[in-house]
Every structure is written in C-alpha cells, then in structure tokens.
Design a protein around this ligand. Structure first.
Ligand code: ACO
Length: 151
C-alpha cells in the first residue's frame, strides 16, 4: 500500500505467514497455545473457503519479510436492518518493536475500507479501556459495555 511507504506491505494473510511469524505477533494479544503448521494450514483453508466473510490482513516488513501486524474483519449477516451486514473487528496486534509507528491505525483503516466495500453499515469491536484512545484515534466511539460468559 502506498500509504505505508516502501518499508511495509499490507496484504491478505497467506499460508507462508506461519513461518513469517504471524502467531508471534498475536502472542502480544493473548495466549495462542502450541499451533503446528498443519493445524494452522487447516484453519487457514477453512477460513479461505469462507470468502467474503473472513478478511485477515497482515503488515509485512519489507526488509525482513516478517509479519509485524495483523487484524481480522468478520462480516456478519443479519435479518435486522433489511438483512444488513455488520463488520466485527477482531484480533488486532502490532509487534512490540513496531508499535507507535501508525501501523495499527493503518490496519483498522484497511479493515474499515473492506467492511464498507463489503456493504457493512457499521464496524464494531471490543477492547479493553487501555486501548480506548487508540480506537478513538481510528474514528471509533464508545457504544457500551462488553459482556462475556466464559466456557
Ligand atoms: N492508548 C492511547 N493512545 C494510543 C494507544 C493506547 N493504548 N495505542 C496507540 N495510541 C495512539 C498512538 O499514540 C497514535 O496517536 P497519534 O495519531 O496521535 O500519533 C494512534 O493511537 C495510532 O497508533 P498506532 O501507532 O497506529 O498504534 P500501534 O501501531 O502501536 O497499534 C495496538 C496499536 C494495535 C493497540 C498495539 O499497541 C498492540 O498491538 N497492542 C497489543 C495488542 C492489543 O492490545 N491489541 C488490541 C486488542 S483490541 C481488538 O483486537 C479488537
């Protein structure tokens, strides 16, 4: 993407990103567990088959070929709002060493663009209070509480 200059490439997730470190980037977000390349491939193929529903993008650092950022948009199909579509932004992470370089805001901007193009009337996300100001800078506003039940 031209907005990222020549140092970074924003593109869809690809199979080789297992080796390019996409799971290491996500480790900053939460527990990943031990995922073999085989399991990664299986999940990747499942998601790829659901075209138009799952959009997973990464930012690759051109100089190293390593993944330094990642984000997901899941498009939900509703009956309400005339069978409207809602985009769910999930699992956003930027590698620690690359934080504060506006990569996060680029990821959200790209997922907003994809959501809009897919026909979503809004994108929504859950985040901790700690990240609220980041999302405010991405143009989001607080619209209530997140409720959880763990199983
Ligand atoms: N609090 C306040 N402001 C912030 C924060 C924060 N936690 N994080 C970023 N900002 C500001 C930046 O200073 C910048 O401001 P500016 O425009 O005035 O310069 C603006 O937000 C954009 O910041 P970026 O540089 O694009 O942010 P970065 O690339 O560091 O990515 C992110 C932010 C994704 C939250 C990153 O810190 C990260 O990966 N954290 C760990 C994982 C995580 O918490 N992910 C989000 C989970 S929520 C979800 O996935 C839906």
């Amino acid at each position: 993407s031209s907005q990222l200059g020549q140092d970074y490439i924003l593109r869809p997730l690809q199979l080789s990103d297992y080796r390019a470190g996409v799971l290491e980037v996500l480790k900053d977000l939460t527990t990943i567990g031990d995922i073999s390349e085989e399991r990664f491939t299986e999940q990747f193929e499942f998601l790829r088959a659901r075209q138009g529903e799952y959009f997973i993008i990464v930012i690759e650092k051109a100089a190293t070929g390593r993944v330094v950022g990642v984000g997901t948009l899941l498009v939900e199909r509703k009956f309400i709002h005339e069978c409207g579509l809602v985009g769910h932004i999930e699992d956003i992470a930027v590698a620690k060493s690359e934080q504060g370089k506006r990569l996060g805001i680029k990821i959200i901007g790209a997922l907003d663009f994809i959501g809009q193009r897919a026909g979503c009337y809004k994108n929504i996300l859950d985040c901790s209070p700690h990240n609220e100001q980041f999302y405010v800078k991405c143009g989001y506003s607080n619209a209530g509480f997140e409720m959880t039940k763990r199983f």
